[in-house]
Design a protein around this ligand. Structure first.
Ligand code: IPE
Ligand code: IPE
Ligand code: MG
Length: 268
């Protein structure tokens, strides 16, 4: 695994590895996949490397997984890159992660743009480095007309704080008389999330064997299926993504309905 990168990376086709996803039955590919990219530290530890080298090893993996998502026909991919809880880490690691996210966006945006990927950011402004926000905004602007896949980079993101931020906005609107308390509906909250047009999560994937959501897309993931894989993120690839989609395609989603009720559907 290569763990350092030049500033400019050569252009690659989406199928540069020569691998192709299994033939999913139409309608069984999740529209929105949310990935908790976990296990960089443990991977590094096992290799006798530093935690930051573990994070660096995840860059290529992310590109590979985005390519695999494009091949499979996933329309929305949200990736958890830095949580509102990750500020608790050692300051040197936090500094590395901030600089690293900025550099990854800078290095990879042309490639992602060429693939037709629309890059978006979900997260909070307070505390997040200005240079990271600038890079995110540049990438959003550059790719805003792309429609093949939306890649949401969740940086300084926390699901509970996203809801708190939405509720604060709503409280202001109620105070100003623009909204009645009885007018506060799910749709009103949807519209105040960081990316209001983000669809519900269909499938969560978490690497590294941990079986928790860690405050990721709390609102949008209310009815998502979950697939937990033991592979550590730096060892992950498009094959693991396809494997998770395979597992998902065998699930029956009920959304609260009875097992044979109308409206109950196989994963779609
Ligand atoms: C995930 O890997 C990356 C981030 C949280 C930024 P970790 O750094 O959490 O790796 P582990 O969980 O310690 O192995
Ligand atoms: C979740 O991973 C956050 C990211 C992957 C960015 P963590 O490693 O921070 O989560 P916990 O602390 O194990 O729940
Ligand atoms: Mg972790």
């Amino acid at each position: 695994m290569k763990i350092t990168h030049p500033d400019a990376v050569p252009y690659r086709e989406v199928d540069w590895t020569g691998e192709y996803p299994p033939e999913y039955t139409r309608g069984q590919v999740p529209a929105h996949v949310a990935i908790i990219m976990d296990g960089n530290g443990r991977w590094a530890n096992k290799q006798g490397l530093t935690r930051t080298q573990g994070h660096a090893a995840g860059e290529e993996v992310l590109l590979d997984v985005v390519a695999g998502a494009l091949q499979a026909g996933v329309k929305q991919l949200s990736v958890y890159a830095f949580s509102t809880e990750n500020w608790k880490r050692d300051p040197a690691e936090v500094r590395f992660l901030m600089g690293f996210n900025r550099k990854v966006l800078h290095r990879r945006r042309d490639q992602l743009n060429a693939w037709g990927v629309r890059i978006r950011w979900a997260g909070r402004r307070p505390k997040l480095w200005r240079s990271v926000i600038d890079e995110l905004e540049r990438a959003q602007e550059m790719t805003k007309h792309n429609t093949r896949l939306t890649l949401t980079m969740c940086i300084n993101y926390g699901g509970k704080l996203e809801i708190v931020d939405a509720v604060r906005e709503i409280a202001e609107e109620v105070r100003a008389g623009r909204l009645k308390p009885s007018g506060v509906t799910e749709r009103v909250l949807d519209a105040r999330m960081y990316q209001p047009d983000m669809p519900p999560v269909d499938l969560y994937i978490r690497s590294s064997g941990e079986q928790r959501i860690s405050n990721f897309l709390t609102w949008q993931g209310a009815y998502a299926e979950m697939v937990f894989l033991d592979t550590l993120w730096p060892d992950f690839s498009r094959r693991e993504l396809w494997h998770a989609i395979d597992i998902y395609s065998g699930r029956v989603r009920r959304f609260g309905g009875a097992i044979d009720a109308p409206g109950t559907q196989a994963a779609s």
